[in-house]
Design a protein around this ligand. Structure first.
Ligand code: NAG
Ligand code: NAG
Ligand code: NAG
Ligand code: NAG
Ligand code: NAG
Ligand code: NAG
Ligand code: NAG
Length: 578
């Protein structure tokens, strides 16, 4: 087998692609881009075993360098194989680079909500009637008065005794009720490395007497994980397609993302990220996703142990039952009696990134439609002599700006008027056009469109206004230039303030001196509570003796000293004068 490749360079220009009418419906030819880079012939001749050459077969081949949304076209002249045709006829084969998709497998998922937490606390002054008992409140379940799905009791000793009679520290006991904020439910997804899939659209148009007729329209998915693929597109015209490309330069990082379940029926679910989210096997209180739906019930892993520990309280007035509370966690809502402190952040929607065209969330996979694409090298081979076809591109004017968004995505936001086909742009630092920053190309629409918006990524060296020149592909005379302004949005601010919730509970008659307490305190056994060792008893006895001695001494001092002295002082004025 011996292959000889001859390169013949020729381009067939077809100006314009006027729509042709075909039995009432209009068949619109695709806009064929100016993207063929090489044309040639491959002569294949087989050698017999004894060395005598058999007939040579000649194949024409054309190579295209394509970016997203571009179309490669070849035209074949064939003999009258079509019904109702005599003589040669033209057949246009077109391959459009329709989409570049990333398919991410979902490796784990769970459902979570934003916990909305309300505290119902009571402050218990030392002494007094017991309000908080250790047995009832220390790491115990409770029943919430507001029927919240989760309720944890907590016991927090050693609190301020402001407002109490006693100088001993007071204790606080709380019921922590947790419910899903706004009944929202989110599904968190863990995704792994993507596979890259190109979607091509293959169409055949046949030229009939009255116009063009579309005879084939199919989509071909090419898996690029192995670098490229080879297909026999068409048996009749022996069209063979070889596609190869690289991974695109941007992708979603493997990790955790989430979306809200049950938004409006016609609203598409929005994948969100750019915020710390718990892995499916992780339940850190610092990240989104610690309040989960498990089975059919809300749950917090080891909530009974962890939630009371994460609670902080600051008693303002124990007797009046007013206090401040907070929680040592992130991503929750703290409910007060009349306001709510929202301390959660749902990150941002992935679709807001300019390089993302669309996202489909499936059951076991996520499909991301790339808006930038990658470069595709497409080779089309055909039996007879194929010719590359391209249509002229055009535009009447453009406008736009250079933008830097809050995630530091830097891009040109352009609007074109009356455009179709491929446009080539250049970015210069000055009107003298001595220094060019970058060149780019934009694939606009197939038919003339009044308005066409396009986004072009820019390198970070572009941080001020630039002089932009645009021309239609293949038509340098159409060039137009203008200054575009630079607009930068500030970065997102992360507020690290953490507010405490002011609260007040009603506890009628709490911390009052009751009759019970008075009676129990009359019990002499109570008096010696808290004496645990002989040394303490000795001290106590010594203190009592000292007290008695001091008491006697005071009595003695009074009877023997103060009373006679007073009596003497009172008597002086009554002394009769002799
Ligand atoms: C040339 O084409 C014919 C008909 O399609 C085929 O039978 C033959 O094997 C081809 N020869 C070579 C050398 O490929
Ligand atoms: C069409 O057919 C004629 C005779 O049958 C042949 O000479 C000619 O090469 C054919 N043309 C093409 C493009 O196949
Ligand atoms: C607390 O309640 C949960 C469910 O409501 C239950 O699974 C758990 O066993 C209870 N724990 C204790 C210590 O009572
Ligand atoms: C979760 O599981 C993954 C593997 O499935 C493991 O790599 C990771 O360390 C686990 N994380 C935690 C917090 O256990
Ligand atoms: C381009 O846009 C700017 C502001 O966005 C506007 O002031 C200007 O008039 C526009 N130019 C044209 C030619 O439309
Ligand atoms: C592009 O500019 C238009 C008009 O100035 C604006 O409405 C649009 O939001 C911008 N697009 C992006 C992605 O910022
Ligand atoms: C490709 O076409 C689609 C649909 O018209 C459009 O949304 C997308 O921005 C285009 N992409 C490029 C890179 O031109």
């Amino acid at each position: 087998m011996f292959i000889k490749i001859l390169y013949l360079f020729y381009i067939s220009y077809v100006y314009g692609n006027p729509p042709f009418r075909e039995s009432g419906t209009t068949t619109i030819l695709p806009h064929c881009s100016y993207n063929s880079i090489m044309e040639g012939q491959i002569e294949t001749s087989g050698d017999d075993r004894d060395g005598t050459a058999t007939a040579t077969n000649v194949t024409g081949s054309i190579m295209f360098h394509m970016s997203l949304n571009e179309t490669a076209c070849i035209k074949l002249e064939t003999n009258g194989t079509l019904p109702g045709h005599v003589g040669t006829s033209s057949i246009l084969h077109s391959v459009e680079f329709l989409r570049l998709e990333h398919h991410y497998s979902i490796t784990g998922k769970y459902i979570f909500g934003i916990p909305s937490i309300s505290f119902d606390c009571k402050c218990d002054c030392a002494g007094g009637d017991p309000i908080c008992t250790f047995e009832e409140y220390y790491h115990k379940n409770c029943t919430s008065s507001s029927a919240a799905p989760l309720c944890y009791a907590s016991f927090l000793p050693f609190q301020s005794n402001i407002g109490c009679f006693s100088s001993q520290p007071s204790a606080v006991c709380c019921k922590m009720s947790i419910r899903p904020h706004e009944n929202w439910m989110f599904e968190a997804l863990t995704i792994s490395q993507p596979s890259t899939v190109l979607v091509l659209r293959y169409r055949i148009f046949e030229k009939l007497n009255r116009g063009w007729k579309k005879s084939v329209d199919e989509k071909i998915s090419v898996d690029l994980n192995s670098g490229g693929a080879k297909y026999d597109l068409n048996r009749e015209h022996r069209i063979e397609l070889i596609a190869s490309g690289s991974r695109p330069h941007r992708q979603l990082e493997p990790g955790n993302y989430f979306w809200q379940i049950g938004t409006g029926l016609n609203e598409k679910p929005q994948l969100r990220g750019k915020i710390a989210i718990n892995d499916f096997n992780e339940t850190s209180l610092e990240k989104l996703g610690w309040f989960r739906m498990e089975g059919n019930a809300w749950a917090i892993k080891n909530g009974l142990g962890r939630m009371p520990k994460a609670q902080h309280i600051q008693v303002k007035d124990c007797k009046a039952q007013s206090y401040l509370t907070t929680l040592d966690a992130e991503q929750f809502v703290l409910e007060g009696s009349d306001d709510k402190i929202l301390s959660y952040n749902l990150g941002s929607a992935i679709i807001d990134d300019p390089w993302i065209g669309g996202i489909e969330i499936g059951n076991r996979a996520i499909t991301v439609n790339h808006a930038e694409g990658t470069s595709l090298l497409l080779t089309l081979k055909a039996k007879s002599q194929p010719k590359a076809v391209h249509h002229i591109s055009q535009f009447s004017s453009f406008n736009g700006s250079i933008q830097l968004d809050k995630d530091s995505n830097r891009f040109l936001n352009l609007t074109f008027l009356d455009t179709r086909g491929t446009l080539i742009g250049q970015v210069f630092s000055s009107e003298t056009r001595t220094q060019m920053d970058i060149v780019f190309s934009i694939q606009t629409s197939t038919n003339i469109e009044d308005f066409f918006k396009a986004i072009v990524s820019l390198p970070s060296t572009i941080d001020s206004r630039r002089y932009i020149c645009i021309h239609a592909s293949g038509d340098l005379d159409s060039q137009q230039c203008q200054w575009l302004e630079y607009k930068a949005d500030p970065l997102n601010l992360n507020r690290i303030s953490h507010r405490w919730q002011q609260a007040h509970s009603n506890c009628n008659g709490c911390n009052e001196r009751g009759v019970d307490l008075f009676l129990t305190n009359l019990d002499p056994r109570k008096w010696f509570d808290g004496l645990n060792s002989p040394a303490e008893i000795m001290m106590c006895v010594f203190e009592i003796l000292l007290g008695i001695v001091l008491f006697m001494a005071t009595i003695a001092l009074c009877t023997k000293c103060f009373i006679p002295l007073t009596r003497w002082l009172i008597c002086i004025p009554k002394m009769p004068k002799k």
